[in-house]
Design a binder for this molecule. Structure first.
Ligand code: TYD
Ligand code: MG
Length: 457
């Protein structure tokens, strides 16, 4: 070798987050980790690309929909927009233990009916997967399990199999030789996902990757990968409730308005045909502190039961607790009840929750929450045939909600007869509904209509 050659330029790369700097630092300015910067030869500047494809005039392209592969699990297909698009990469995120592997094993088995499926597992042994498959009543024909954490090797194995679907469970356990970091580090997550994206595009085979969301470290989790992949789905639910919601937060090939509702049974995840009915099934007919709210999950109306309990506090500051609702919405509703309705909540703990392990974040549930609190405070039930809908504003006014008719239709379908709603929601058009509508301009008025006979009336 000649000595005249310049020594290669080096950089210091953070082993946690991939931050690069020309000088050594004790602490990474990007992710604040200590002693993670390691000297590496700097990557060469990207070479000029070859001839690029000519620009295409949109009108010259066919506007046919992407072909899709439906799995025959309607709640799953619905969330994907009718099925998975060949060559697409989808991320399924969710808390550990929520049912991601179960769902994907079911889906993989359905796909294996037509073409081999490669299930790459870095978390469980082939035997464990076999046990789960037996529990799910799946034979496993056409389903090939590979317990390999080296992604490069795994993709080489995939070639002779020529699978119709690839599942990687989980992205946190695989690594590529191209990066020196440990599996699960940000650099590995990103690089492996990009490799899988390229593989899917080159082969035209769709791939699913599982990503755990960790409570403490969202940053090292799937959120980071959302912008790389084509489709992002999250499987949600409370650990101790059997319902699971599969929600789409990104879909390059379809709308993100669809949500799938499942129930975790002894034989895996089963689609729930009539979720509203399931979510309000256990409601006592004259329960104090319980109100049914027609919410929207994407474009799908779902009736949920919002519950509240007020009780005298034993603490210097009363507590506010939520489960399945937005904590700040509870604070807002409680403050408006105190200031605009005159309900004295100062010495009261308030606990609010959504039944069935669902999470409702839309402000349209405000009125239901407010009514539930008042109902508990007065120890008086809300009539069982009444649903409530509306956002509460800071001055105590009720604000309109989107897609009113859809919500009312769902309440009607499940046997409700009346609905409390913001007056402003009826300003533009009268919704077609058989429900008796009880419009109110303010929260105070709505409470009078829903729970007549209070002290302030
Ligand atoms: P799993 O799919 O392993 O979760 P993840 O991959 O998201 O970490 O699901 C684990 C839970 O699901 C476990 O607590 C057991 C439960 N389960 C059932 O209730 N029924 C079943 O048929 C299966 C396979 C699992
Ligand atoms: Mg798993």
């Amino acid at each position: 070798m000649t000595t005249a050659r310049k020594p290669p330029r080096t950089v210091f790369v953070c082993q946690e987050c991939g931050y690069e700097t020309p000088k050594w630092l004790g602490r990474c300015p990007e992710c604040s980790s200590w002693n993670t910067l390691v000297e590496r030869v700097a990557a060469e500047a990207p070479r000029p690309a070859g001839p690029s494809p000519p620009p295409l005039e949109l009108s010259s392209l066919s506007h046919e929909d992407e072909p899709r592969l439906a799995f025959g699990l309607p709640e799953f297909d619905r969330v994907l927009g009718g099925g998975v698009v060949p060559g697409s990469l989808a991320l399924i995120g969710g808390d550990p233990g929520i049912g991601k592997s179960t769902l994907l094993l079911q889906v993989a088995s359905l796909a294996a009916d037509s073409r081999p499926v490669l299930y790459l597992s870095g978390e469980e042994s082939a035997r464990q997967i076999k046990l789960r498959a037996s529990r799910l009543g799946l034979t496993g024909g056409g389903l090939f399990v590979l317990t390999e954490t080296n992604l490069d090797a795994a993709l080489r194995e995939a070639e002779p199999l020529s699978p119709g679907l690839l599942v990687v469970d989980s992205i946190q356990t695989v690594y590529t030789e191209a990066a020196p970091q440990a599996p699960g580090s940000i650099v590995q997550l990103r690089q492996c996902t990009m490799d899988l994206m390229r593989w899917a595009k080159e082969t035209g085979v769709p791939a699913f990757i599982v990503g755990h969301v960790t409570k403490e470290g969202d940053i090292a989790g799937p959120r980071l990968l959302e912008h790389i992949v084509d489709v992002v789905l999250y499987l949600e639910g409370e650990r101790f409730s059997s319902y699971r919601l599969l929600r789409s937060v990104k879909n390059r090939f379809g709308s993100i308005d669809e949500v799938g509702v499942f129930e975790m049974t002894g034989q895996g995840l089963a689609g729930v045909d009539n979720p509203s009915q399931a979510f309000i099934a256990e409601r006592a007919s004259r329960a104090v502190g319980s109100v049914v709210v027609p919410t929207l999950e994407g474009s799908r109306p779902l009736l949920v039961e919002v519950q509240a309990l007020t009780s005298p506090t034993a603490m210097p500051t009363p507590r506010r607790t939520v489960n399945g609702l937005d904590f700040n919405r509870l604070l807002l509703v409680a403050a408006v009840l105190t200031r605009r309705v005159g309900l004295s909540l100062a010495g009261q703990d308030v606990i609010a929750s959504v039944v069935g392990g669902l999470r409702v974040h839309e402000p349209a549930a405000d009125l239901g929450l407010a009514l539930a609190i008042v109902s508990s405070h007065r120890d008086k039930p809300v009539p069982p045939d009444l649903a409530a809908l509306g956002e509460v504003g800071l001055s105590g006014e009720l604000r309109s909600v989107s897609q009113l008719e859809r919500r009312l239709l769902e309440a009607e379908r499940l046997g409700f007869r009346r609905c409390l709603l913001p007056e402003s929601a009826l300003a533009r058009a009268k919704p077609k509904t058989k429900l008796e509508l009880l419009p109110a301009a303010t929260l105070r008025e709505a409470i009078k209509l829903g729970l007549p006979g209070g002290r302030q009336d």
